[in-house]
Design a protein around this ligand. Sequence first.
Ligand code: SF4
Length: 573
Amino acid sequence: MPNTNVSIFNDVMGPIMRGPSSSHTAAANRIGRILRPFCMSLTANNHASSESTENEILVMVKYDPAGSLATTAGPQGSNIGLAAGILGFDCKDERLKDSETLLELSGISFTTEIGIIGENDHPNTYHITIKNPKTGGSHWMIALSTGGGAIHIQSVDGVNIDSKGDRHMCLLYVSHSSAALLSQKLAAKQISCRKWINVCHRHERVRYSKEEQEANEKIQMILIESLGPIDIESISDDIAVLCAAVIMIPCVMPVPRPEDINLPFTTCSEMQSWMGNNHCVIGEWLPFELACQYESARSGLKTTEIVEKMAEIVDIYDESIKTGLRGTTFEDRILGAQSVIYKQNLEKNGTLYDLGLIDSVILYTSAFMEMKSSFGLIVAGPTAGSCGTVPGCIIAAGKKLGKDRTDMARALLVCGLVGVFIATKSTFAAEEGGCQAECGAAGAMAAAGLVALKGGDTRQCFVASSLTLQSLLGMVCDPIGNRVEAPCLMRNVCAASMACSSANMAMSNYTAVIPFDEVIAAHWEICKAMPRSLRCTGLGGLAAQPSARKIEEELLKGRGCSSCSCSTPFNTY
Ligand code: SF4
């Protein structure tokens, strides 16, 4: 789904996470962290203790049978992501994989069901109800995962709050009779807020009159948003007293959204016009400077802060690749540590064809994907499923060229800018557009980063992106055994190899024929035309073949990689 105000750090190069899927595990974790204060507000003592065994709160999540989550929420980590978020863990937390058990121990009962949602046709829709059965207090929320870890909180308690989780929020529930006084107090403090009446909400600690309780539709909800955490007591010490409930919701994205955003450009052609109107003092804008101009306008960060933030991502890439190359294991997994064998073969002269840079790209892409499949720390850029392509290319090329972390961070910013253009006009969500949305985008991003790293100009960067994305259009999403491993690894290697080829072709002034903006338009058209069975549902393509079904059965019996002595447990051909 096309997006507005896309941020390189919020929507493209991240989240920094553990788990199989950014649009499942990481996005669900962010939704869970937003759910947490609603759960806490319904507990008797306003917090869930890890010692409690009494299930006083019920969290019930409904997935639509026509969407993607009905078949993928369990195996691709949505449920553990939600549970971890409700516990207050972020998606880097090592306890993530045990979070459903830990949530149960904390006194919160978590259940899922398949049922028609109806109001929303997005394939990644979470319809969530939270209840305290003893008191009757309840809340409900409709939230979407929109790809690559991005979220959209559509509604809370029946009102459209329309949030991407990128602001701190405070929800004030107030009775009709107190609402005017509360509004006056907020206005006196120059607090701008959004207000709704007729909120469908029940809370056990309401102080409404009997008549008001009978006319529950008169409850009002007031939303205050802020860049930083909101301290309601410091705004006015009697605001909380006037309210039936106050719910503080944290910003769950890396970069909060400022009040006013004036983006310099959101497409390649707008960027070209902007460059024409804003001549650079040293002659020509370097590709990474354009990325910094964009992100600075989006997030308010300075160029030095932006480059350093991206250099921290370089460090994670580097460390995770090194860890991956030492070999990884995980029980619920199809593939073993294949990168270890590739590395050994590279070290034995003559075993393999000499592919030069592409050999290192295959090695690093594989190692990073194996980290993802073993709950290691990764950066989902643009998604967890496609997370190997960009580091595989940029870290391998960076090392080959003797570049430092700042050089590689600048190249990654160019990758990020390409991702911004794709996310603004199309999607990273495989549930909306298949693997072209994930690995297609990753390849286009990596191609531009490779050109920038080698000193190519802006035009060559976007020609490389265009050539790569043109080559990967139409790629379907059909993950075997509903795990984000195969064919995901091969699709990442394919995207990364194409990125290397396109970078060299672009730097040799090959023509893209179709400009990048139009390739993105075609990408979105193809997303919309792709059948549901090939959009991350496990219902078609490779996922529906007999061998894939057998692997799925074996995984359900707990017979994955760790129970087998060889490194490729399903070794058929
Ligand atoms: S096939 Fe592609 S889009 Fe689908 S889960 Fe794997 S990497 Fe993601």
